[in-house]
Design a protein around this ligand. Structure first.
Ligand code: ADP
Length: 480
């Protein structure tokens, strides 16, 4: 099959969160299974520059926007067997020229442009495409654009699949935003307010939610973000496929960012020793005392979804329990940032808690390798990659039972689950009481199990893309 992903992120070059990881990991895994994969993204000039990528200029094409015509240059990168197409619009609004991937209020225009440009590019290439997989609201206009315009112009796409990575971002705008920009050809939008994700849900041939539990969750009022009724109507074409992680990038065996390598085949005590060495290196780096204390870490975007209040509570409880805590978190929400800065200020004399407000991929690798526990107390979590990466690096997950977290973490004390499945600590409701008791149980485990048997056990779990990509392939094949 020829599969085309149209997206806004790709790891490691243009990544804000899990979406970037998914585009990279899924595409690479599809290629390994002998499919032809193209990924189309914007040319984020300043961001990509840092990587000095061996880009080749492939072609140019013209895209109309009302009465205006804009030239677009196309740069190609061949990586992991994937053809990555970066579209660079020569546009007066300089859509993708800032040093950022998302640009708040401008995003509707920027990504509508990307969606149209991607289809125009495919039309100019005159290739036959089996599946176009779009991702989140940013490219959700694609099915409608295809049906209304590009199919008639001769572009051949057999089926369009929408993957929902996060239902809470929907791309709400006004019909005139579409009309005034360039989508005046679209006639079947009846309302003055437009929800781009809803259009994608309605007009794509299949919808994938990024975990089986999330696929169910989003049809309920609690998690449906006001689209539950739309999703209930489309239930027959809604599937849940758990994301994988890229095991070439996330590999403690040869991770360039960790000083002491280890792997799941080693004897447990060797693994524990290697993790201890990484832990000490990390503690030296961050000026944390080298005491015999459990290290709990949290690597996250600091947004309401990730439950900042519970993260703060976890930091304080860990200190109270005589543990150490590292937060690696970034946010563009001022109130949340101010709150965490206050907490950091309050804790400034306490060397057992480090709050680091940045996006730092390199540091995240060392934290995964060094930690005893990784905490993910999300209010909702479509899939969640952090808990899977954590387990691959032998860090025990402490998570809230929601979405993909509920599909990947099973409580060590849950007797309804086979012992072989139990791999972490789980709490049901996002309350302080439940968080505290779960953290306390994890600390108890750490103190009472000097051998840390769970560390080796969780490293054996297969979270690779190989399995998840096969599920995507099965779905694609069932559609065409
Ligand atoms: P989301 O996509 O909602 O942010 P996921 O758990 O699916 O959450 O993916 C998060 C990804 O981003 C993981 O690869 C995680 O390691 C990474 N990440 C999140 N915050 C940071 C940060 N501050 N620094 C480095 N990496 C981060």
């Amino acid at each position: 099959m020829h599969i085309v992903n149209i997206a806004t992120e790709i790891a490691p070059y243009a990544k804000v969160g899990g979406l970037g990881d998914v585009i990279q990991g899924l595409s690479a895994a599809l290629v390994k299974k002998k499919h032809k994969v193209t990924v189309i993204l914007p040319f984020y000039e300043k961001i990509l520059k840092k990587y000095k990528l061996p880009l080749k200029k492939e072609s140019s094409f013209i895209l109309s926007e009302g009465d205006l015509n804009h030239k677009n240059d196309v740069y190609i990168l061949e990586k992991w067997g994937v053809k990555i197409v970066f579209i660079d619009p020569i546009h007066p609004k300089k859509y993708f020229k800032k040093n950022l991937i998302y640009d708040k209020d401008n995003d509707i225009k920027r990504f509508l442009y990307l969606s149209k440009a991607a289809l125009k590019y495919l039309l100019t290439k005159n290739e036959k495409i089996d599946i176009v997989n779009i991702h989140d609201w940013h490219t959700s206009i694609v099915p409608l654009l295809y049906k209304n315009i590009y199919k008639k112009r001769g572009l051949e796409i057999k089926k369009i699949v929408l993957t929902i990575h996060n239902l809470s971002y929907q791309g709400k705008c006004l019909k005139k935003d579409l009309k005034n920009i360039f989508l005046q050809e679209i006639k079947n939008i009846k309302t003055s307010h437009v929800n781009l994700l809803k259009l994608g849900i309605t007009h794509s041939d299949a919808i994938v939610a990024v975990s089986p539990t999330y696929a169910k969750d989003i049809t309920t009022k609690k998690y449906g973000c006001n689209l539950e009724k739309t999703l209930q109507k489309q239930r027959k074409k809604l599937f849940g496929i758990l994301n994988g992680i890229d095991t070439n990038i996330w590999t403690p065996q040869k991770d360039p960012f960790i000083p002491c390598h280890f792997e799941k085949k080693l004897l447990l005590n060797k693994i524990v020793l290697a993790k201890e060495k990484n832990k000490n290196k990390l503690r030296e780096l961050l000026n944390i005392p080298l005491d015999n204390k459990p290290l709990v870490s949290c690597i996250t975007r600091l947004v309401p979804q990730k439950s900042p209040p519970l993260i703060k509570a976890a930091i304080l409880r860990t200190i109270k329990n005589k543990g150490q805590f590292i937060l690696l978190g970034s946010s563009n929400i001022k109130k949340i940032m101010d709150d965490f800065k206050n907490l950091k200020n309050k804790l400034k004399k306490n060397k057992n808690a480090v709050l680091n407000f940045e996006y730092n991929d390199k540091l995240s690798h060392l934290i995964y390798a060094a930690s005893d526990f990784i905490i993910v107390p999300s209010i909702f979590e479509p899939c969640g990659l952090t808990q899977m990466i954590a387990m691959r690096y032998g860090s025990i997950p402490i998570v809230r039972k929601t979405g993909g977290l509920a599909d990947t973490v099973f409580d060590v004390d849950d007797e309804s689950k086979p012992t072989s499945h139990r791999n972490g600590f789980l709490f049901e409701t996002p309350t302080l009481i439940e968080l505290y008791s779960t953290l306390d149980r994890a600390f108890d485990y750490w103190h009472k199990n000097s051998k840390k048997t769970l560390v080796k056990k969780i490293m054996q779990i297969d979270f690779s893309w190989t399995r998840s990509a096969q599920r995507y392939i099965n779905l694609y094949k069932s559609l065409i």
